[in-house]
Design a protein around this ligand. Structure first.
Ligand code: HSE
Length: 429
């Protein structure tokens, strides 16, 4: 079976996909009985130099050349962003062409529209590469874990931030220095906000937790906090308590209540996710039959991403019937689930305070009034006018903790709230 395909975009990822289609053509033909012919690739600028050469006549700057080509049945999109990608994908799906995409932003924000277009066109929408790059996490959830009720997903699903936090943790780098090094190594974008502020992880968590919990988790219901305020000092204090810091994307489901949040998190240093270093990604989930499960691999890069995209192209090309999500996939949250912004977890609170009698008692009084129970307390330093205090709490409610911190901040002897980091240590394998 020979499949005519089209590309939307032909940059770094597109070149990787082209490379894998060529280098592994015999393997794919042998295993799947499928060969691919790239018929058209849409680019903005036909004269721009490309990392890989395409056969003459393949590059085009007219979307209609792909939409109107009856020989193209599968289109791979690597443009990124919502517009114009969304309009192109919708038009292709309505025209009956299946679309494979690595674009987490368009899936997270316009999934409902794209899925409606796919159903109406009888086409398939495939997005394995949108979460975790080369890690086969989407199909693992949809095609291998259907027998489970999944109640928790925790992921390191942004390689840039994991690389920066690894450098800060292992080499004591400041945030700014670790970011600069990541940019010099080509691992962080010149404008890093999408990664370091947690947007990228929030898009991915929206997709992952929707599939895991079988209910659309809109991206605007994902709490998001980035890594820009992390300091090597706070990471070191966490390490002294046996914790590693990760930008975790956490989804949990209890009954009909769902929480979804992306924020720096302390996890026990023996948790499987703590060993995920550098730009690697991993997803740790719990299903009621399978128990704990972790998938680990490269979350970005041309070849790992191409691995997922080309696999999706094969699935799309061979599907007799495309599968659509059976949960209510709408922009607004489904009425059958509630989104819980008042989750329960433990907290690490680092304060800089004036060292004099009564300060601790005042803080402890506020925590007690807010029903926040302290598990451990450390005072660092000695003989200086101000000292660091570190509290680790028992499980408590987010809103109680935030309220307590606001009240503590207004006490006269508090110099600074240096960090409030959530601690997840219930789910270690
Ligand atoms: N920017 C992402 C990351 C890769 O740093 O993991 C693309 O999803």
């Amino acid at each position: 079976m020979n499949i005519g395909i089209g590309f939307l975009g032909f940059g770094h990822i597109g070149s990787g996909v082209w490379g894998v289609l060529n280098a592994n053509a015999d393997t794919i033909a042998h295993k799947e009985g499928t060969t691919f012919t790239l018929r058209r690739a849409l680019v903005r600028d036909l004269r721009k130099p490309r990392a890989a050469a395409l056969p003459d006549g393949v590059l085009t700057d007219r979307f209609e050349d792909i939409l109107g080509d009856p020989g193209i049945s599968v289109v791979a999109e690597f443009m990124g962003g919502v517009d114009p990608a969304c309009g192109y994908i919708e038009a292709l799906l309505r025209a009956g062409k299946s679309v494979v995409t690595a674009n987490k932003e368009v899936i997270a924000q316009r999934w409902h529209r794209l899925e409606t277009a796919a159903r109406e066109g009888g086409a398939g929408l495939y997005y394995e590469a949108s979460v975790g790059g080369g890690i086969p996490v989407i199909r693992t959830i949809t095609d291998s874990l259907q027998a489970n009720d999944i109640d928790s997903v925790m992921g390191i699903i942004n390689g840039t931030t994991n690389h920066i936090l690894t450098r800060m943790s292992e080499q004591g780098r400041s945030y700014d220095a670790a970011l600069r090094e990541a940019q010099e190594d080509g691992l962080a974008e010149p404008d890093p906000r999408n990664d370091v502020e947690g947007f990228d992880a929030a898009y991915k968590l929206s997709i992952l937790s929707s599939l895991a919990f079988h209910a659309r988790v809109p991206v605007d219901r994902v709490y998001r906090e980035g890594i820009t305020r992390m300091t090597p000092e706070v990471i070191r204090y966490g390490q002294e308590l046996g914790y590693a810091v990760k930008l975790l994307a956490i989804g949990k489901k209890r009954g009909t209540s769902i929480e979804a949040r992306v924020h720096p998190t302390f996890i026990p240093e023996n948790h499987p996710l703590a060993s995920v270093r550098g730009a690697y990604n991993a997803v740790f989930l719990h299903g009621n039959a399978v128990g704990n499960l972790m998938l680990y691999g490269r979350g970005a890069g041309d070849l790992p991403t191409a691995s997922a995209i080309v696999s999706d192209c094969i699935v799309a090309a061979k599907a007799k019937d495309h599968r659509y999500n059976s949960f209510r996939n709408e922009a607004r949250p489904a009425p059958e689930v509630a989104f819980d912004g008042n989750w329960q977890t433990k907290y690490f609170l680092n304060l800089e305070v004036i060292d004099r009698p009564g300060v601790l008692a005042a803080i402890a009084g506020i925590l007690a009034r807010r029903q926040v129970s302290v598990a451990s307390l450390i005072q660092k330093g000695y003989g200086t006018a101000t000292v660091p205090l570190i509290f680790v709490t028992h499980q408590t409610y987010e809103q109680s903790m935030l309220q307590a911190v606001r009240e503590i901040e207004s006490l006269p002897d508090i110099i600074e709230i240096k960090a409030l980091i959530r601690v997840e240590d219930e789910d270690s394998a």
